[in-house]
Design a protein around this ligand. Structure first.
Ligand SMILES: O=C(CO)COP(=O)(O)O
Length: 215
């Protein structure tokens, strides 16, 4: 299972979370990555943790003030990027353009979507992975795998129908090892989560709890 921790714009210490994630990944053998704010990619990558961007723009080098250039994210240490997160929705053409940009910079890609129909559309654009996250469950602590398991199995089916190569993650309310196991049982190959780690009093303990059933 792939555990991808999105730090959003939460007021956590990204280096503390990243250091814990690197240690937990090393100790457990579970793939754990952290997606910090763009300006913190370098500091997070220096901890040795697998580092992802939260977003990149569909632009090349040029006059694009305020953009997040794929090459800049990669130079800073990112090896992958989320796209189209529910809190940073993109037009279809911009998802496609950002996938091209990621390709150019050798970044792995996960396109987020709200539901199985959108997952099918996202998978057709041929990212490395897709992540289904029902917006109404994001940040609630109620895991999608329990509250809406059909959305996870529906996403797995929708992706497989369109593109057999794409990984399917699920997210929203995931915070425990039990949630991780349910996600895996529903066919997901990873989880995308945020508040369960970024807002935890002890992010290291939260990460240890997450991977515990996989040991
Ligand atoms: O949006 C999410 C991850 O990208 C999910 O957030 P929570 O884990 O806080 O529900």
């Amino acid at each position: 299972m792939f555990v991808l921790v999105n730090l959003k714009a939460y007021p956590c210490d990204p280096v503390e979370v990243a250091t814990a994630a690197a240690d937990v990944s090393d100790d457990s053998g579970v793939r754990v990555a952290v997606a910090p704010q763009a300006a913190q990619i370098g500091a997070v990558a220096e901890t040795g943790v697998e580092t992802w961007a939260q977003h990149i723009s569909a632009v090349e080098h040029g006059s694009h003030t305020g953009s997040t250039l794929a090459e800049a994210a990669a130079d800073a240490g990112a090896v992958g990027t989320l796209l189209n997160h529910s809190e940073n929705r993109l037009k279809l053409a911009d998802i496609d353009g950002a996938l091209d940009a990621a390709d150019r910079a050798d970044l792995e890609t996960i396109v987020c979507a709200n539901n199985p129909a959108q997952i099918g559309a996202a998978a057709a654009l041929d990212p490395d992975g897709v992540a289904v996250e029902p917006p109404e469950l994001i940040g609630t602590g109620t895991p999608v795998s329990k509250a809406d398991p059909d959305i996870v199995t529906g996403a797995v089916d929708a992706a497989a129908r369109v593109n057999g190569d794409v990984d399917v993650l699920c997210g929203a309310g995931i915070s425990t090892g039990e949630d991780l196991v349910s996600a895996s049982d529903l066919g997901a190959s990873g989880v995308l989560l945020a508040s369960g780690v970024a807002k935890a009093d002890d992010p290291r303990a939260a990460l240890e709890d997450l991977v515990e059933p996989l040991l």
